[in-house]
Design a protein around this ligand. Structure first.
Ligand SMILES: [Zn+2]
Length: 227
């Protein structure tokens, strides 16, 4: 089976070099700049493939990452016009990034360890490091309980109950967090779609927990002192 390959460095002056993309470090969508692109076309029998290898850079934190964009002659579908053949572009990123973004503006008074681990949980989840993300979520629960003196030496399950009893999370949220004891024991390659969905839900509960423990009390204080 013969295969021919041709590649060429793209002249970026003729391209739009800036675009929105989730940054693996910021864990939110930021403006990225395309710095270099090598475009490749290969032909093998009746199949033609186009691949572009790109170095990109977040314009907020300056982190570099890598994107492989591709099209394949075998992969096509119809757009709204049935006479037009549509070739979708596929994207692979390194480091990988997902779509979980923080809904929080982290408060100034958040303990440094919680802020650090929270950011790393988002990074790990988006990079599909699910075991690391679930360990990080347990660490956040431990640290919140230590900071707020809630059942410091108890098991994870009792600490979750303690947070619910103190009114920091709802009973339903506690049920979602209880799944952590199962999820964290999954081997890295055994995270099914349902497990990922549950892990994503635990991150949402953690967002609410941080809001309840650290953000809302500050807001309440501001409102009281302004009245
Ligand atoms: Zn960034």
């Amino acid at each position: 089976m013969s295969r021919t390959v041709a590649h060429e460095k793209r002249d970026l002056d003729s391209n739009n070099k800036f675009f929105d993309m989730t940054c693996p470090k910021c864990a939110i969508k930021t403006i990225h700049q395309l710095l270099e692109a090598i475009d490749t076309v290969w032909i093998e029998e009746d199949t033609t493939g186009w691949e572009s290898y790109q170095i990109i850079q977040c314009q907020d934190c300056q982190t570099f990452s890598f994107c492989k964009e591709s099209q394949l002659s075998e992969c096509h579908g119809a757009e709204s016009d049935p006479d037009e053949t549509f070739y979708p572009n596929f994207f692979d990123f390194y480091p990988e990034r997902g779509d979980v973004q923080s809904s929080l503006t982290l408060p100034h008074k958040l303990p440094a360890i919680i802020e650090k681990v929270y950011n790393e949980v988002l990074y790990a989840f988006n990079a599909r490091l699910f075991v690391i993300a679930s360990i990080g979520i347990k660490t956040i629960i431990d640290e919140v309980c230590r900071d707020k003196k809630i059942l410091k030496k108890a098991s994870l399950l009792l600490k979750i109950e303690g947070l619910a009893d103190a009114g920091h999370i709802t009973v339903d949220s506690a049920k979602i967090l209880h799944r952590l004891s199962v999820l964290g024991n999954n081997p890295p390659n055994k995270f099914a779609t349902q497990d990922i969905k549950e892990l994503r839900a635990t991150i949402e509960v953690i967002d609410h927990l941080i809001k309840s423990v650290y953000v809302l009390p500050e807001l309440a204080k501001d409102i009281t002192s302004a009245a």
